[in-house]
Design a protein around this ligand. Structure first.
Ligand code: HEM
Length: 394
């Protein structure tokens, strides 16, 4: 009885009525006619004539519609999913015929891994620069308007290209442009973000789950409406001279919480500051091309004093070789931030796990990622070396 009433309620809902009119009603009509014929047609009912109240009348018909609806829903879902897959795969525009989509990303990642080492650059790796490129491309996101973020690789365009915060990143963009010439089928933003994931894993860090799906504009051009929609104003990235309140303003705008902010900041284990770019000088750790929890250890274990120099205020260790920005020290001055610094300094595995999650979130801000396209990870989490399988899928 309950099922009967419930079934009728579903059948009579406005959405299903529309659906019925389109799909199930004609089938039921056909089925009724066919059945009536079979039964030899009863005398007072012409089988070719519909009853005056329409052909939805009997309880039997209602059940038939319900059964047909239940049968058709999975089919509808399947068709929808397939269409989405075609859309995603169509985005891999110039995909060489012999390669499957996933092989394309895999080959692009291998190409990126191949250009990371560069003796002429800083400490011998372009890895830290690629990480900073992807972070600055993504870190312009504003969750209030759902604008900004890595879509469209907008850092190629004014005013973002000349944001002082992005000084030096033109080198990363140039190097990746070379890779893009070989892999024009993926969007530049997909390439930049994939490069950061590959770099982190190659430098001994965690495997980052990466999905394609970032938008592309035609070649290196952008229409004025695209520009209005996608290119963010300057000033959205954090300022190294400021403290905890500013850091929270910037990262909360993107949708991060304190624990995620601290995890992300752990990337300062990598790379260094350049006087000609930010005005600051020196690396944060002694192994700036190795991804580790060393940044947190340095923050807690080293005595940081104000550097006596002509440049902007920064802090140095007793040797004067390592540095911290005022914004870095905010992570141990603010008790809520410090809680996580302590945790990550003691547990590198936890840091890797939390960083991988937060970094994936960062790279996907504002992006309609192609969940139906093959998601890929570079590496399987074992340390870099000749025997490490370079690819895993989940
Ligand atoms: C509190 C927030 C942050 C501030 C104020 C900040 C500031 C800076 C500054 C001033 C530099 C030096 C740039 C140069 O002179 O070349 C730098 C470099 C770098 N930052 Fe950050 N950053 C922040 C957060 C992050 C995050 C979230 C990541 C990544 C997840 C990151 C990754 C890097 C890397 C890898 C470098 C080294 C780049 C290189 O060696 O060329 N930073 N950051």
């Amino acid at each position: 009885m309950f099922l009967k009433t419930f079934g009728r309620r579903i059948i009579n809902s406005p959405a299903l009525t529309r659906y019925n009119t389109l799909f199930t009603a004609p089938m039921v009509k056909f089925q009724r006619r066919f059945k009536s014929h079979d039964a030899g047609a009863n005398e007072d009912h012409n089988p070719h004539e519909l009853p005056s109240h329409g052909y939805y009348g009997t309880a039997e018909d209602d059940y038939m519609k319900l059964v047909l609806t239940i049968m058709l829903l999975p089919m509808g879902y399947y068709v929808f999913h397939q269409l989405q897959r075609f859309r995603d795969e169509a985005d891999i525009r110039k995909l060489p015929q012999h390669l499957k989509v996933v092989d394309y990303y895999k080959a692009a990642a291998d190409e990126i891994a191949g250009i990371l080492e560069d003796e002429e650059h800083d400490d011998g790796s372009l890895g830290p620069l690629f990480v900073r490129l992807a972070w600055h491309a993504s870190g312009t996101y504003d969750k209030g308007t759902n604008k900004g973020g890595s879509n469209g690789a907008t850092m190629r365009f004014e005013p973002e290209s000349s944001d002082p915060a992005n000084a030096g990143l033109d080198l990363a963009r140039e190097r990746l442009e070379e890779v893009h010439k070989k892999f024009p089928g993926m969007s530049k933003a997909d390439l930049w973000t994939l490069a950061a994931c590959v770099a982190i894993t190659e430098m001994g860090g965690p495997v980052i789950k990466w999905h394609p799906g970032r938008k592309e504009f035609d070649g290196n051009t952008i229409s004025s409406s695209q520009k209005g929609t996608y290119v963010p104003p300057n000033g959205r990235l954090p300022d190294g001279s400021k403290g905890a309140d500013h850091i929270r303003d910037v990262f909360y705008r993107m949708g991060f919480k304190d624990q995620e902010i601290v995890a992300l900041a752990g990337a300062h284990a990598l790379g260094r500051c350049h006087p000609e770019r930010s005005g600051y000088k020196n690396p944060w750790t002694r192994a700036p091309t190795t991804f580790s929890n060393e940044y947190f250890k340095q923050l807690l274990e080293t005595k940081w004093t104000k550097k006596n120099w002509d440049g902007p205020t920064q802090f140095e260790d007793p040797t004067g070789e390592l540095m911290m920005l005022p914004a870095d020290l905010a992570f141990i001055e603010d008790p809520e931030f410090k809680k996580y610094v302590v945790r990550y300094s003691k547990d590198e595995e936890l840091f890797f796990k939390d960083f991988a999650k937060a970094f994936q979130k960062l790279l996907e801000l504002g992006v309609d990622i192609h969940k139906s396209a093959p998601p890929v990870t570079y590496g399987d989490g074992t340390p870099p070396g000749p025997n490490r399988p370079t690819w895993s899928y989940w």
